[in-house]
Design a protein around this ligand. Structure first.
Ligand SMILES: *[C@@H]1O[C@H](CO)[C@@H](O)[C@H](O)[C@H]1NC(C)=O
Ligand SMILES: *[C@@H]1O[C@H](CO)[C@@H](O)[C@H](O)[C@H]1NC(C)=O
Ligand SMILES: *[C@@H]1O[C@H](CO)[C@@H](O)[C@H](O)[C@H]1NC(C)=O
Ligand SMILES: *[C@@H]1O[C@H](CO)[C@@H](O)[C@H](O)[C@H]1NC(C)=O
Ligand SMILES: *[C@@H]1O[C@H](CO)[C@@H](O)[C@H](O)[C@H]1NC(C)=O
Ligand SMILES: *[C@@H]1O[C@H](CO)[C@@H](O)[C@H](O)[C@H]1NC(C)=O
Ligand SMILES: *[C@@H]1O[C@H](CO)[C@@H](O)[C@H](O)[C@H]1NC(C)=O
Ligand SMILES: *[C@@H]1O[C@H](CO)[C@@H](O)[C@H](O)[C@H]1NC(C)=O
Ligand SMILES: *[C@@H]1O[C@H](CO)[C@@H](O)[C@H](O)[C@H]1NC(C)=O
Ligand SMILES: *[C@@H]1O[C@H](CO)[C@@H](O)[C@H](O)[C@H]1NC(C)=O
Ligand SMILES: *[C@@H]1O[C@H](CO)[C@@H](O)[C@H](O)[C@H]1NC(C)=O
Length: 825
């Protein structure tokens, strides 16, 4: 910080005339601008790129090869003339540059793979290194002109840039910049902390600019930047442009009052912004999210640029900033108008090739929800192999806890007395990561919850439907419309008694299922309420998760996590979904039994689901089962009572006969229904099937009859015949029969059922080959093709590898969870 103020001081003393609102021209001490392959100097704006000459530079290369692009083949771009020529390296070539200054330098490499009569530059393949850092490895340039920008902290007097062609190929370069940077630009020793209190230091690291974005839907060209940076418009990175507003007030930016100079970000960057569109939805909580493609296995240095340029100037402006869905800043105070401010954060992209940046309304009371972002820079940090190339990524699967570690750099502008910010690292959140798995929403929602402004009381009718504590899940109708493409028929994935179910995606890319109730049946309102109350209370991997709800405009909309593979029922009969093998069926039974077990025993009062059926068991992309539909669930009996009396509800064919006659509901009613599902799974046919001969219409009656006569073969689904081991089948059948006992008291608790199902799975053994191969492959294919990482730009290949990576992660997680569970039960 001292250094920065000293720098500023020098600037002021030496260049006082520059302190007017004109550009501060930066003149780097080290400046090498070379137009490679050119015989003449080339001017780009006010900069001159020198002709490439073997004589003047000390480049060592096997052969001097210059190439001209055929005229008119270069797309219009900044420095177009530089791409007209190229130098070819047909062997390892080294450029040494003498450095006058120590510290950060930029290396900018210009590539455009043109084609002329001699050579097609797209056929090149090569590596580039600087000092000991790998910048590019087996790189094959393609497409439009690009500039790759790296920064190195020079401690030596000489910078050596090495081009190494891959076997049987060659390297090329159109132009080159090596320039020293203002000291204030990239921090080195700023105080850094991570979740474990480690210090993260960038001094030695090489950085690669991955994205440099100007918010406000406007590109800032290099000629408008004191350091010739290109700031790309944010519009293509916005997850949903419907929820934001672009603002531009360049005249508001006033550098003299803060400690941020124009070299950090020019007027055009601080003077435009993207802000939350909260005008039409006052009181609602909406995040604006930008998504970036990055390579996993690297740390990323992220700089957020802020400047309150809102007009009219708001009384105050507080908001939250998220990086990879974790807090980067909570309740950032940007109340002072016109003062540029920036904040540096480091995060790790561990397993997913995506980095997300969001701003959202803060929980500071008595402020209108709002938020603003003016600029963003993302830089990849070289890893322990001193590499920046994706092929050298360090996989971090073992330490899943570091998935989105966030280090917060206390930005050098922090000390400014003008801007006071509240910067809170959510240590507690990070430390309690294990518990968080089940609690992630409830914890985070407390922020959303406390942020709900008091004026919400005006919606008194709606408020009375859902208790206050669930308000954090509330979504604006506009956001649901965006997520479902305005309830487009093409998004429709199901229609039921309650309403229609749509597939959708939230602005952060999360896939969701959106259940929209038919308007205003009395019954519907009660179930809507129950479902939200129940779902928001519980988090379990085998219970479908609530993401939110919407009760605006008398809507009854519930938003759930999206379950890729639909209902269990559809995988058993009556649809063209692939049929499940025996092992999957057992695993699904075990999963749903776990879910029920959690409901029955997870809290001091049992929850009785009351509508256990195959249509209410959903399967995710890995065929993991989750119990859904809590619309008619009931809190079970108090300790001293054995049952609750209630009007009979449930689904025909699954109803506990004892409950039917006595109207006394116990957790054993769920066990009965679960027994019916087991029979359904075993037989692969509907519970009631009027097309069958009379004695077979009711599956359960028919099955019990067959079992008692010792005949089972007639019943078993032909799809699993031959796969299931007889012992395993027998165990399964016995367990199902116990569940179907007439008297609840004779049925086992769900925990015993679970235990027996696990035994049946063990009896099946670990043999994977027998006949399962086909359907296993089938599913792994589905999984890959449907794995969604919401990055439009991810190509197919990357999608495949990510899909694999992800499924590995899930498996590892399963193992952990399983072992924990087993000790619990
Ligand atoms: C480069 O050197 C060669 C011979 O050493 C000389 O003929 C040529 O004029 C020089 N070119 C430049 C641009 O200095
Ligand atoms: C490239 O083209 C320019 C002008 O058309 C010409 O003067 C120069 O000699 C050419 N260079 C090469 C390497 O062909
Ligand atoms: C580079 O090209 C020159 C001339 O075409 C040739 O003599 C030399 O052997 C080549 N070097 C390599 C490493 O291929
Ligand atoms: C140049 O090479 C690339 C990659 O091999 C190829 O896709 C492209 O068609 C080639 N262009 C021409 C004009 O030959
Ligand atoms: C590069 O690596 C070599 C050997 O691995 C080492 O001797 C040298 O000091 C390193 N140079 C720098 C600049 O780190
Ligand atoms: C560059 O490295 C030197 C020596 O390690 C260190 O003192 C300095 O702070 C670093 N500068 C930056 C900008 O990281
Ligand atoms: C963003 O800018 C582009 C190009 O200037 C324009 O086509 C587009 O409509 C703008 N987007 C919005 C949402 O204003
Ligand atoms: C860039 O600078 C020019 C001239 O100063 C100005 O007219 C233009 O609006 C600027 N562009 C942006 C995007 O700021
Ligand atoms: C910029 O801020 C300084 C001090 O904060 C103030 O004196 C000056 O008038 C402001 N300049 C403009 C153009 O608003
Ligand atoms: C905004 O994003 C954060 C991080 O993912 C999340 O915790 C929070 O609930 C979101 N807020 C809203 C209103 O969607
Ligand atoms: C936020 O910033 C404004 C303007 O600098 C200041 O008046 C206010 O006290 C700050 N709020 C907090 C909570 O620090």
């Amino acid at each position: 910080m001292m250094r920065i103020s000293t720098y500023q001081f020098l600037i002021r003393v030496l260049l006082p005339f520059c302190l007017v609102l004109t550009s501060l021209e930066f003149d780097p001490e080290d400046k090498y601008l070379i137009d490679c392959g050119s015989l003449d100097d080339t001017s780009v704006g006010d900069r001159v790129f020198l002709a490439d000459s073997l004589n003047s530079s000390t480049l060592s290369t096997p052969e001097k090869i210059f190439l001209n692009a055929s005229s008119n083949s270069i797309p219009s771009t900044y420095g177009k003339a530089l791409y007209q020529t190229a130098r070819i390296y047909n062997g390892t070539s080294r450029y040494p540059f003498t450095m006058k200054k120590k510290g950060r330098h930029w290396i900018r490499l210009y590539f455009f793979p043109f084609v002329n009569q001699y050579l097609n530059l797209s056929t090149s393949k090569f590596s580039v290194s600087a000092q000991n850092f790998t910048l590019l490895k087996d790189f094959q340039p393609s497409g439009a002109p690009t500039v790759k920008e790296y920064s190195l902290n020079m401690t030596d007097d000489i910078l050596v840039l090495t081009f190494t062609p891959s076997t049987n190929s060659f390297a090329f370069l159109n132009a080159l910049e090596v320039i020293s940077l203002p000291n204030e630009l990239i921090p080195s020793g700023a105080k850094t902390v991570d979740s474990n209190g480690e210090n993260r230091n960038l001094e030695r690291q090489a950085l690669e600019t991955v994205a440099r974005i100007n918010m406000g839907n406007e590109t800032v060209p290099p000629q408008n930047d004191t350091l010739w940076r290109l700031w790309t418009s944010d519009s293509t990175y916005l997850a949903s442009s419907a929820l934001v507003v672009f603002v531009s007030n360049i005249g508001f930016v006033n550098y003299s009052s803060g400690r941020v100079s124009e070299n950090i970000g020019p007027f055009s960057v601080y003077g435009t912004a993207t802000k939350l569109n909260t005008v039409s939805d006052e009181g609602y909580m909406i995040n604006a999210t930008w998504l970036f493609h990055v390579d996993h296995g690297f740390d990323y240095f992220v700089r957020f640029h802020f400047c309150n340029i809102l007009n009219p100037v708001p009384d105050n402006l507080y908001f939250n900033v998220f990086l990879n869905y974790e807090f980067a800043a909570k309740d950032l105070n940007l109340s002072t108008s016109g003062v540029p401010y920036y904040m540096d954060v480091v995060t790790r992209a561990d397993s997913v090739d995506q980095l997300s940046v969001s701003i959202g309304p803060s929980s500071v009371l008595n402020t209108l929800p709002n938020g603003i972002l003016n600029g963003l820079e993302i830089m990849k940090v070289s890893n322990s192999k001193d590499s920046l190339d994706a092929s050298d990524a360090e996989s971090q699967f073992k330490t899943t806890t570091s998935k989105s570690k966030v280090w917060v750099y206390v930005g050098s502008a922090l000390g400014s007395s003008v801007i006071v910010i509240v910067l809170v690292l959510v240590f507690a959140l990070l430390c309690r990561r294990r518990r968080r798995k089940h609690m992630v929403h409830s914890t985070l929602d407390q922020y959303a919850m406390t942020g709900v402004s008091t004026e919400e009381k005006e919606h008194s009718i709606e408020s009375s439907i859902i208790s206050q504590s669930k308000r954090g899940y509330r979504f604006p109708f506009a956001a649901v419309q965006v997520a479902t493409d305005n309830f487009s028929e093409s998004q429709l994935i199901g229609v039921g008694g309650f309403g229609k179910v749509y597939k959708g995606a939230l602005s952060d890319g999360t896939k969701v299922a959106v259940k929209r109730g038919f308007p205003q049946s009395r019954q519907g309102v009660a179930e809507f309420k129950t479902e939200i109350e129940m779902l928001s209370q519980f988090r379990h991997r085998h219970l479908v998760s609530l993401i939110g709800y919407c009760d605006e405009r008398n809507e009854m909309i519930i938003i759930y996590e999206y379950m890729e593979n639909g209902t269990l029922k559809d995988h058993l009969y009556g649809s063209d979904q692939p049929k499940l093998n025996w092992r999957h069926r057992l695993q699904i039974c075990i999963g749903s039994a776990r879910g029920l077990h959690y409901l029955h025993t997870g809290s001091n009062k049992a929850i009785i689901h009351r509508d256990v059926k195959s249509a209410n068991i959903l399967l995710d992309e890995n065929l993991m089962a989750k119990v859904a539909d809590f619309g008619i669930s009931k809190t079970g009996p108090e300790f001293d009572q054995t049952h609750v009396s209630t009007a009979v509800k449930g689904s025909f064919g699954y109803l506990d006969p004892e409950y039917l006659t006595t109207q006394q509901l116990t957790d054993k009613s769920d066990v009965y229904s679960f027994g019916v599902v087991m029979i359904e799974i075993l037989c692969g046919r509907p519970v009631i099937d009027p097309s069958q001969p009379r004695e077979r219409v009711n599956l359960v009656e028919w099955a019990i009859k067959c079992f008692s006569m010792g005949g089972m073969e007639k019943l078993v689904d032909p799809h699993i015949e031959g796969q299931a081991k007889p012992e395993s089948l027998m165990k399964f059948k016995e367990t199902a029969l116990k569940c179907l006992a007439d008297l609840g008291a004779n049925r086992p608790p769900i925990g015993d059922v679970l235990w027996n199902l696990e035994a049946a799975l063990q009896l099946q053994g670990s043999d994977q080959r027998e006949g399962n191969e086909q359907s296993t492959n089938l599913y792994s294919e589905t999984r890959v093709s449907t794995a969604q990482f919401s990055m439009g730009s991810v190509d197919d290949l990357a999608g495949v590898s990510m899909g694999r990576v992800f499924s590995q992660m899930v498996r590892a997680e399963n193992a952990v969870d399983q072992s924990q569970k087993d000790t619990n039960i």
